[in-house]
Design a protein around this ligand. Structure first.
Ligand SMILES: Nc1ncnc2c1ncn2[C@@H]1O[C@H](COP(=O)(O)OP(=O)(O)OP(=O)(O)O)[C@@H](O)[C@H]1O
Ligand SMILES: [Mg+2]
Length: 457
């Protein structure tokens, strides 16, 4: 079953121009979203008050009654989990920056196309971080030594202005790391702008990054600023940089070398002061050897490389991440907490996670929807994860191997925590249930770093 089908995401659009709301409603609904509209700020806020089940708000900055910026401030306080995208015009460049500073996830410049709208919406809905606004530091959950080392590196390089290349398999958390670098940098009060080069049609990417002048191409009915302009002073995160065409690679090289670019259709030279962070899940060195990626660009981008390891190399992170995702799900909607049965834990720990943290996040969402009595059983996990026979899952070490010690330690820890919860913190009872001597249990609690009050609260 595809967990993306569990529910349709709901979007509220606030704009006073009828042709814009109807265009957005049609575009979004054709792409599988549910869309509501409001023609002024007050109506939009009323709809939000009546129904807080929206997954995204899209609002124009200029509205007849209250401004989009005020809406951002109000929703930031009242609905801090609601991501917001603002619609901006050419003349509202300063407001665009203010909106991004106030926590808008993204902006869509007018006039827009189906492609740019969907790229922004998909990005915001499947955002790589919880959009709690006003929080400078997004939560990166980890317990493994590998991630500890990575976070040390992130903290060190954040303060510099070096160009950074974030590498790693799909879903490992590359964008989250890029945001952490920005949030810890001296540019943190300036915009962080994320562009997924892979999701934007080739013909549009240049205008998306550098802007265009009116009449530059069919459909260019007004002059538009590009992302390099809006991100001036801040950080631009360019995802899937490995997919860029040779022509775009040359243009990107120019910005990196001289800080200069020209909007599409213009010979004007504009300058920008942007820290560039790029990411890729393809091997750029291999692409370079096949002449698909420019060598000079590669060395400009890869001043410092941050490699995010795959989840199967850091099994210590699996359970903390699982708990984080479950508490986010239960905290925001269901009151009761949700736990994993011990056999589900062993399955999670021995699975090879080809889709990494994003896959874990999706699997938890699906399991949370399917589970009964707030306990996630193996039947609530996708069939592909389940062992084919026996009580324990089969483990097929890949070429990367497995880390048996940490795997077993995690399973043991989980059994003990669950039993302590069941016995409400009574260790004598927990020891009996686990078939251990009380002293042995206490020693394990100590050595595994289990909190002393587990089960008592
Ligand atoms: N350490 C972590 N703590 C909390 N959440 C995480 C962590 N790592 C990843 N995630 C979550 O996993 C999902 C994928 O993260 P992200 O989008 O940053 O990955 P990515 O490497 O950029 O993926 P892709 O290669 O597909 O672009 C996001 O929803 C993110 O919130
Ligand atoms: Mg990404």
């Amino acid at each position: 079953m595809n967990n993306n089908n569990t529910k349709k995401n709901r979007i509220l659009v606030i704009d006073d121009e009828e042709h814009i709301t109807s265009f957005l409603k049609e575009t979004l609904e054709l792409s599988g979203y549910l869309c509501d509209t409001a023609e002024c700020g007050k109506e939009g806020l009323r709809k939000l008050r009546k129904d807080n089940g929206y997954d995204l708000l899209i609002t124009d900055i200029r509205l007849p009654d209250i401004s989009g910026l005020e809406i951002l401030e109000i929703t930031g306080k009242k609905y801090p989990f609601l991501p917001v995208i603002v619609i901006t015009g050419f003349a509202t460049i300063e407001s665009t920056k203010t909106a991004l500073r106030l926590g808008a996830m993204d902006y869509i410049p007018k006039p827009f196309t189906t492609g740019t709208v969907l790229a922004a919406v998909n990005n915001a809905i499947h955002a790589s971080f919880s959009p709690i606004r006003g929080r400078r530091f997004r939560k990166i959950v980890y317990r493994s030594h590998l991630m500890e080392q990575l976070m040390e590196l992130v903290n060190k390089i954040a303060k510099t202005d070096s160009t950074i290349l974030v590498t790693g398999e799909s879903g490992t958390g590359k964008e989250l790391i890029a945001r952490a670098i920005h949030n810890n940098s001296l540019r943190s009060t300036q915009p962080f702008i994320s562009v997924n080069s892979g999701a934007i049609p080739e013909g549009l990417l240049e205008s998306e990054l550098f802007g265009h002048v009116k009449g530059a191409f069919t459909g260019a009915t007004a002059t538009t600023h590009g992302r390099f302009h809006v991100a001036d002073g801040g950080t631009l995160f360019l995802d899937e940089v490995g997919n860029m065409s040779p022509a775009m690679q040359v243009k990107l090289l120019r910005v990196l070398q001289d800080g200069e670019f020209s909007p599409v259709g213009s010979s004007d030279v504009q300058t920008t002061d942007v820290r560039l962070i790029t990411a890729t899940n393809i091997n750029l060195e291999e692409a370079m050897s096949k002449n698909e990626f420019r060598e000079d660009l590669y060395y400009r981008l890869n001043v410092i490389e941050v490699h995010v390891p795959p989840l199967r190399h850091r099994t210590d992170d699996i359970l903390p991440l699982t708990e984080h995702f479950l508490s986010r799900l239960t905290g925001s909607e269901k009151q009761d907490s949700c736990v994993l049965s011990s056999s589900s834990v062993s399955i999670l720990l021995s699975y090879h996670w080809p889709g990494n943290v994003r896959e874990l996040e999706n699997i938890m969402e699906r399991a949370w929807v399917l589970c009964e009595n707030n306990v996630i059983l193996p039947k609530d996990l996708p069939g592909k994860m389940l062992p084919s026979h026996g009580n324990l899952p089969d483990i097929h070490p890949s070429s990367d191997g497995i880390q048996l010690d940490s795997l077993l330690e995690n399973i043991e820890k989980h059994y003990i925590i669950n039993t302590l919860k069941q016995s409400k913190g009574n260790r004598t009872l927990a020891a009996r249930l686990l078939g251990l001597k009380r002293t042995t249990l206490l020693a394990r609690i100590n050595s595994l770093g289990i909190a002393k009050d587990t089960g008592r609260k």
